[in-house]
Design a binder for this molecule. Structure first.
Ligand SMILES: N[C@@H](CCC(=O)N[C@@H](CS)C(=O)NCC(=O)O)C(=O)O
Length: 213
């Protein structure tokens, strides 16, 4: 049975934002049977030698599919898409678009918005580095908005794993939501993706399962 390592306890602020949700959403969309292994972060489950053997960075998410261990949310989603034959085109050209937008979500978009959040959280709000990061993040979101002007989904005509990643990055508590306000296409895209029944089901089950930290 495919095991997914996810959080068993999540504080109020992080609830809904943890990256195990990317995998759980994909599994729900794909209809793949799985078992959730709940990890207690405040009690240092992620520091145990057995978990570090799975993920040297000691982070969630990780999967163990009968001995195939994969970490990094993007890599896990691409693996599951290949395994299930869902949310990824089978032709090379289509697959390349999904790879392209997977990397864009986790690098071109997540990197500046997450860095901005981290700098501000660390007391850097109002500083020049913070302002520079804000300008960088805003530029990328504006460019993303242009790309989405005449598209339903980010990589192909159909919903793919790249949409799960991009949506979760945009929706994250680590993304300053004020940054998105000027960008109607980005907001409409995010609403289109989070409106999917599989996301609602995944989030409801997660909120019911995880305990407060
Ligand atoms: N690049 C990784 C990042 C994973 C990550 O940041 N996980 C967070 C939870 S959302 C975590 O495990 N944090 C606990 C820690 O770093 O100690 C991915 O996309 O999977």
């Amino acid at each position: 049975m495919l095991k997914i390592y996810g959080f068993a306890r999540v504080n109020r602020v992080a609830r809904g934002n943890t990256r195990d949700l990317r995998v759980l959403w994909a599994l729900e969309e794909m209809g793949l049977p799985h078992e959730i292994v709940g990890m207690d972060h405040p009690n240092h489950d992620l520091d145990s030698p057995s978990y570090r053997a799975l993920n040297p960075f000691g982070q969630i998410p990780a999967i163990d599919d009968d001995g195939v261990v994969v970490t990094e949310s993007g890599a896990i989603l691409l693996y599951l898409a290949r395994k299930s034959g869902k949310l990824l085109p089978r032709d090379l050209a289509g697959e390349a678009q999904v790879l392209r937008w997977t990397v864009a979500a986790l690098n071109t978009i997540e990197m500046p918005v997450l860095s901005l959040w981290f700098v501000n959280l660390s007391g850097g709000k109002g500083t020049r580095p913070s302002e520079a990061l804000r300008t960088w993040a805003d530029m990328r979101l504006k460019q993303l908005d242009g790309w989405l002007a005449d598209r339903q989904f980010i990589a192909t005509d159909d919903f793919t794993v790249a949409d799960i990643l991009m949506t979760h990055v945009l929706d994250s508590g680590s993304t300053d939501q004020a940054l998105l306000e000027p960008y109607a296409n980005v907001l409409a895209y995010r609403a289109r993706c989070t409106g999917r029944p599989a996301w609602k089901k995944t989030l409801d089950a997660y909120c019911e399962r995880v305990e407060a930290a």
